[in-house]
Design a protein. Structure first.
Length: 607
């Protein structure tokens, strides 16, 4: 399983336990001692010799013919102890389930850490500020800020499941037992200070703002009232003196909201400038609607909001790529949308004065059209010669936006040598998942690591691809630590025809390790969808394996836009039966042959 899933989504630990040895016939690979979780159940993964019985808290558990097991047990809030016995051997595993929801106080009080906003918030005049609190049923709750009182209305709290729940086939909203109180208030269209009022005025990088103070929450029950001050200060920005942010990261990560929980948008090229229209803690809101971490930008002095005109546009060809140049007065925010046979680039804070565009006959682009869809929003639509797209890059060269569209790889049938192998001239990047002592990935019942089998199979796939003529690049060829950024950087540098990250799967603690199995594929950019679908279906049919499914997923190894990038989960390490298929050398060879042949046939199918 990919490191992102292991660390963030699945919570599977990376160095779980040593491989079982003969002197210890009963072996538990997961969970580790003193494990903590917030879910209501957990599986125990391990093995013991097939003869005899394995008991958990006195009850026999089912095992495979070779002795592996992965039963699931419910968890109570607090400490849970599981005693495993095999013959005269005994192991104890302690799992602590922590509460996942705020605890409703019994008396006249708010739930701990439930008051929102929790961080400092700065917004424009006339925008809504929303408040929230968890408190006992039938209470009256309000917020006082800058002399104004906002009532908060009670509603039953519905909690959306974590994104990973869809990996378990579950994503229905959950009605909690908590009573949530919410309400919103508009900030004054013209703040009192800007009209000559008495609120405090603060200077931040020479920009003015009005501090409204920290909200005070009031809770009334049975004719008794308590007050509690919030933790976030509310401020109003001066529309006449807004700050400008310049992206310093390469690239800047733009999101739909003010935390990493929110979805990613098109990354912003280094040098992009935009007006700051809001702040929440360490996040800033840019004028076109995206949020970015303050650490990824610098504040620049500018007397006017960043705006640009655009006139002529032209294209040029460089080896393997078509570059389209958009001369601008200032680097503006951009977004990209890939469609079936189309590529759409949107420029914000831009107005067209365009009368002429040069676009010669091109390997990728059929034609280019544009329209001013909003006063400061300009859209360019590239109609492409093929539905399959091969990658793109965005950068600023001074104030000129350079969009690079990758040319299709040259297939063997197009080459001068009719005897050439089917993948001759095609560069393919393989990424064996995980690696090194700090990143073992998932673990099987015997303690066998995902990192090991991923490398073995990747090398087998490499040989099969080389046999078919491909130029294969691997992110690692040994058991070494390799974080995600260097892997992504290698894809960016090599710009292969395709990039495939090979992994084996696991589940969150509340998954079903016994019945969940099969081959899965993950993609992010539409250009990778066809490859993900084709390979997943091909492996399932060719190897007669179960289908886990195909998922759009925001993973580090699927996000590179320079090539169709796919992550394959080739089976479940934690499934006692599928694990035996995973570690079988003959099956590993068959799998490698199927992957290589599937890639070959996909290239042949692409028009």
């Amino acid at each position: 399983m990919i490191k992102f899933l292991a660390l963030v989504v699945f919570g599977i630990i990376l160095a779980i336990a040593p491989v079982a040895v003969a002197a210890q016939p009963l072996f538990v690979a997961y969970p580790p001692p003193n494990h903590q979780t917030t879910v209501d159940r957990i599986f125990l993964i391990g093995t013991a010799p097939p003869s005899g019985q394995v008991l958990v808290n006195g009850n026999q558990i089912p095992r495979t013919q070779v002795g592996h097991f992965a039963p699931t047990f419910p968890l109570q809030v607090g400490e849970n102890v599981f005693t495993l016995r095999y013959n005269n051997q005994e192991l104890k595993i302690k799992v602590t389930r922590q509460p996942s929801q705020a605890t409703i106080p019994l008396g006249l009080a708010f739930a701990k850490d439930s008051l929102t906003p929790k961080v400092d918030v700065a917004t424009l005049p006339g925008e809504y500020i929303c408040f929230g609190a968890i408190a006992p049923m039938n209470a009256q709750v309000s917020v006082k800020l800058a002399g104004e009182t906002t009532p908060l209305k009670a509603r039953s709290q519905v909690e959306l499941p974590d994104n990973k729940s869809v990996l378990l086939g579950e994503n229905s909203p959950i009605k909690t037992g908590n009573q949530l109180y919410q309400g919103c208030a508009k900030t004054p269209p013209t703040p009192p200070l800007l009209r000559g009022g008495n609120q405090s005025e603060t200077q931040i990088n020479n920009s003015k703002k009005v501090d409204l103070g920290v909200p005070v929450f009031e809770l009334t029950m049975n004719n008794q009232t308590v007050s509690q001050q919030g933790t976030g200060k509310i401020s109003i920005l001066s529309p006449a003196d807004l700050e400008v942010a310049e992206v310093t990261a390469e690239p800047g990560v733009a999101r739909t909201g003010a935390s990493t929980d929110f979805s990613r948008m098109t990354p912003l090229p280094k040098g992009t400038k935009a007006t700051i229209t809001g702040r929440e803690g360490e996040w800033i809101r840019l004028d076109y609607g995206a949020w970015i971490k303050a650490s990824e930008v610098k504040i620049v002095k500018d007397t006017v909001p960043p705006r640009s005109l655009i006139r002529s546009v032209r294209s040029r060809q460089v080896p393997g790529w078509t570059e389209v140049l958009f001369p601008l007065e200032i680097p503006v925010p951009v977004t990209v949308q890939e469609g079936s046979g189309t590529f759409t680039l949107t420029l914000y804070n831009t107005t067209a004065q365009t009368d002429i565009i040069r676009l010669d006959d091109d390997p990728v682009i059929s034609r280019l059209t544009w329209q001013q869809i909003l006063p400061l929003q300009l859209q360019y639509t590239f109609n492409l010669k093929s539905a399959q797209q091969w990658g793109y890059k965005l950068r600023y060269d001074g104030t000129t936006l350079v969009l690079s569209l990758k040319h299709p790889p040259v297939k063997a049938s197009q080459m001068a040598n009719p005897q050439a192998k089917p993948l001759s001239g095609i560069k393919i990047l393989l990424d064996p998942g995980h690696g090194g002592p700090e990143d073992s990935g998932g673990v099987g019942p015997t303690g066998y690591r995902e990192k090991t089998v991923a490398l073995i199979v990747s090398k087998l796939v490499r040989q099969e691809l080389v046999n078919r003529g491909a130029n294969v690049v691997m992110t690692r060829v040994e058991d070494v630590d390799l974080d995600l950024p260097p892997r992504v950087e290698m894809i960016q540098k090599e710009a292969p025809a395709i990039a495939i990250s090979l992994h084996y799967n696991a589940l969150p603690d509340n998954g079903d390790a016994i019945h969940t199995k099969g081959v899965g594929a993950f993609w992010f950019h539409p250009q990778a969808h066809s490859l993900a679908m084709f390979l997943q279906k091909y492996l399932v049919a060719k190897l007669n394996r179960p289908s886990y499914g195909v998922f759009w997923n925001n993973l580090a190894m699927t996000r590179p836009a320079v090539a169709p990038s796919v992550l394959m989960e080739l089976g479940f390490m934690i499934n006692p039966d599928e694990f035996e298929w995973i570690v079988n050398p003959k099956e590993q060879q068959k799998l490698a042959e199927a992957i290589a042949q599937g890639i070959t046939e996909w290239f042949a199918s692409v028009k």
